[in-house]
Design a binder for this molecule. Sequence first.
Ligand SMILES: Nc1nc2c(ncn2[C@@H]2O[C@H](COP(=O)(O)OP(=O)(O)OP(=O)(O)O)[C@@H](O)[C@H]2O)c(=O)[nH]1
Ligand SMILES: [Mg+2]
Length: 459
Amino acid sequence: MINDTIAGISTAVGNSGITVIRLSGPQAFQIADGIFKGKTTVSEQKTHTIQYGKIISPHTGEAVDEVLLTKMESPRTYTREDVVEINSHGGYTIARTLLNLLYENGARPAEPGEFTKRAFLNGRIDLSQAEAVMDIIQARTQRVSKVAVKQLEGSVSKKLEDIRERLIELLAGIEVNLDYPEYDAEEVTLAQAGKTTKEIIGILDELISSFSFGKLLREGMEVVIAGRPNVGKSSLMNRLTRKNRSIVTDIPGTTRDVIEEYINIKGIPVKLVDTAGVRETADIVEQQGVERSVKAISEADFAIVMADAQELLTEEDEAILKKVQEEGKPYVLCFNKADLIKDEKKPERLKEQMPDAIFMSIAEDTGIDVLEERIFRFATENIHDMDNQVLITNTRHENHLKKSKSYLEAVYEACRAGMTLDMVALDLKAALEELGKITGHHADEDIINAIFSRFCLGK
Ligand SMILES: Nc1nc2c(ncn2[C@@H]2O[C@H](COP(=O)(O)OP(=O)(O)OP(=O)(O)O)[C@@H](O)[C@H]2O)c(=O)[nH]1
Ligand SMILES: [Mg+2]
């Protein structure tokens, strides 16, 4: 039972139009009454209404700020507890003064994520929904926030709840059989268990395989632009970011360091990495740049290997390509400066020879849409219905799904091998528990605390 009242600033700290201070807990109204003076007291104010008033310092009797105060009675609130939200003028000093007054009146400072944690502990949302709150706050593109909002609405919870219900039903059937062996034939129960388990393994597989895309959405996909000097890597970087981020000159070896910038390709957050051109060099600064390029290639999810359309693949290009292939990196080969090819028929011939390569000209802005499409296709290749499929975006969820699946595989094998039902029941329970850890039905306190500690203050 939660019996204390917490207070925190829910808006970003700094100069702003307003600041929202949130109070939640059984004494929220009483504590607010201690410092607020409006037309009515907060205790008498109608729920889910807002009123104008002043915050009065009990020490000086003077007004600290004029505010708008919202009262929300349990249970129709974010935390399911009594909640007060005070909109004060923006700025850290006022917010700090108001908070201190609330603390003096009996509130305690909220820990990071504690409001959302209370929503979870009071049963308004489950753990996967609480985690979605954080994802919404951190979402880099609209597509990402859409997935997170769906998770908050319960897309993952609902799917897992369906699976859990089927497993619980199965377990109940097995336990009846264990208690009353004469009631049902053991083989029938085993066969049924095997069939259901197999179906559920299929559903878990689909969820697990959605993770590579889910993770990519959440964390962004790292795309490195690699190639020898002067082929136009930095020009591409600038074109894709629509900024003059990288220095471009006609001197080979212009870029010396790794330059990173986030872009949005059709809703996929992409971290674009421009690198120093890879070549043998005596220049020590450039050497270090080249080393960083090689490292960036090995860390990326996808590589754009850039070469010059006039020269096609030189020995240096081949070496870079080999490096990318040895790393097992997915890549696309881009021939830039197609505008400099004088023979009009040549591009067509080249395309026939190298159907997977992209011929582009940054100078004339051609081929860039093809490249973006290729990156998007790579990102979404394992996903069949991006807008409606339930996506797993969280490593923690993926881990529990995998563990649950391996217990179910043991169940399936045991059913096929005609093992005893009590063995099957044990693994079924373990599989259920793993799923329960995702939604919080079975989560340890430590894990719950660790999850909420990553939240921002005031959420
Ligand atoms: N004609 C033509 N020139 C281009 C094109 N793209 C880039 N360039 C020119 O090629 C030169 C080199 O471009 P950069 O983008 O600096 O090349 P880079 O690959 O980053 O070179 P390093 O940083 O030295 O590795 C510059 O003078 C660009 O203006 C193109 O499509 N057509
Ligand atoms: Mg460059």
